[in-house]
Design a protein around this ligand. Structure first.
Ligand code: URP
Ligand code: ZN
Ligand code: ZN
Length: 463
């Protein structure tokens, strides 16, 4: 299979230029002017962007959580990803009690096999830090191709500070990266108990139970552990102005603290929790949505470089039957998480680039090039000869109104319902094969389930 994309504007993390792109088999093999390589498919991309496929490094496909499981599995989740222009995911792999990291990796690979439509990798999430598991971290970085490790400072599968320090030591030695869900569990427990006494149990109180200081304290503590160990850390789903200020403070002192945010923290605010008929439950996620002030600060953080990655934290649960049943009488029981894998690129372009909040190049950097570098995906993340032909022919003028019925995620709502989008993926290629295409009204999946591969990643490279 070969494809020649003629006359599009190739966008990199630092600039843009008009050229032809030729992909033969899995890879980009030529970029230049007036290419005449014979190709199975020739596309006129004049007036369109040629982007590297987005990489979503924060997904929870099929993850068991809060008495249920995240509803998108490797098939539905990666079909939805492809339709949104996401051509690789790095999914969280929650270690089960008693498992080694390798067993956890092989278990999730068995779930993905034959189902995954785009390439994927895994971040082992350390939840059972036995001494032999901490020793295994070296192998995970150097042999298994999984050099990033998730830990949680909250939830019942959290690790304590002593484990964080040990993991930071191990990752410093071998070139690993620790990813942290940063919230202070004791503050949350305290506020939960207070709110319970007062009978404040509606979805809105989920946000009240996790104020910005909960994130601020945890980010600051994690940064201090990085300072002590000389290691590096990546804060996932950063949500607040105060959390960002702690990231910035550490970075300004030369401490290796990196961070991601997500479209929901850039575009939605805590007023959503007040939606009638229990609909506020749709936005119950941790950390919670914040104020407009935090939204604005996070856009600024992307532009200043203090935030390097935009990911989705895709973790969907139906509103009807899950969100509205489990936690009807108590926000603490509402499964935490929301869908987003399919709307990532369209939102960042329409709300970010078109509205002048970030440049097109910054979008490419935070969705693709910088993400590939952060997570050691050496063949991904840029439109360059030798890289995998993970490409999006993106029409910046296509209009689309986000609505659940036109999306592919296996869930009954989107938090971005009604957003008017300018610019959509017109054709999406994953390792040279077309996987999604605009049909005039929405994007269709045209790829092959099971063609995605597990990608071994490289150890961390300093930014
Ligand atoms: O609420 C969220 N974010 N759910 C998914 C799990 C996590 O904490 O990332
Ligand atoms: Zn989290
Ligand atoms: Zn998450």
């Amino acid at each position: 299979m070969s494809v020649l994309i003629r006359g599009g504007t190739i966008v990199t993390s630092t600039g843009r230029y008009v050229a032809d792109v030729f992909a033969d088999g899995d890879q980009i093999t030529a970029i230049g002017s007036d290419l005449d390589n014979p190709a199975d498919e020739v596309i006129n991309a004049q007036g369109k962007y040629v982007l590297p496929g987005a990489i979503d490094p924060h997904t929870h496909l099929a993850m068991p959580f809060m008495g249920t499981h995240a509803q998108d599995d490797y098939e539905t989740g990666t079909i939805a990803a492809a339709c949104g222009g996401v051509t690789s995911v790095v999914d969280f792999d929650m270690q089960q009690k008693g498992e080694s990291l390798l067993e956890a990796i092989e278990r999730k690979q068995s779930w993905a096999e034959g189902k995954v439509a785009i390439d994927y990798s895994l971040h082992p999430a350390v939840t059972d830090p036995r001494p032999e598991v901490m020793e295994e971290v070296q192998k995970a970085i150097l042999d298994y191709g999984t050099p990033s490790f998730k830990i949680f400072m909250v939830y019942d599968f959290r690790v304590d500070d002593a484990t964080m320090i040990k993991l930071l030591e191990q990752t410093r030695k071998y070139g690993g990266l620790v990813q942290v869900h940063a919230e202070n569990v004791h503050m949350v427990d305290h506020l939960n108990a207070e709110l319970e006494k007062e009978g404040k149990l509606e979805p809105y109180y989920h946000a009240v139970s996790r104020p910005n200081i909960v994130e601020e304290e945890a980010v600051a503590r994690a940064a201090k552990m990085v300072e002590m160990t000389g290691s590096r850390i990546y804060i996932v789903h950063l949500s607040s102005k105060e959390g960002l200020s702690k990231v910035k403070e550490a970075r300004d002192r030369g401490i290796d603290v990196y961070a991601e945010t997500c479209p929901q923290y850039l575009l939605l605010d805590e007023e959503r929790y007040k939606e009638p008929n229990f609909q506020g439950a749709k936005y119950v996620m941790s950390p919670p949505l914040r104020s407009r002030e935090s939204n604005d600060a996070l856009w600024m953080g992307l532009n200043s470089g203090d935030l390097q990655v935009v990911a989705t934290d895709h973790c969907p649960f139906d509103f009807q039957g899950k969100k509205d049943m489990f936690g009807k009488d108590d926000y603490k029981k509402i499964p935490n998480g929301a869908p987003g894998i399919e709307t990532l690129l369209m939102l960042m372009h329409s709300e970010g680039v078109v509205k002048g909040r970030i440049s097109l190049e910054k979008m490419v950097d935070t969705l693709s090039t910088g993400t590939a570098r952060m997570f050691g995906l050496k063949d991904k993340g840029a439109v360059q000869v030798g890289k995998d032909a993970d490409l999006v022919v993106f029409d910046p003028n296509l209009k689309f109104t986000i609505t659940q019925s036109k999306l592919h995620m296996n869930v009954d709502y989107t938090p971005f319902e009604g957003f008017e989008i300018t610019g959509m993926p017109e054709k999406v290629y994953a390792r040279g094969k077309k996987v999604a295409e605009w049909n005039g009204e929405q994007v269709d999946f045209v790829g092959e389930v099971g063609r995605g591969r597990f990608v071994k990643r490289e150890p961390f490279e300093r930014f």
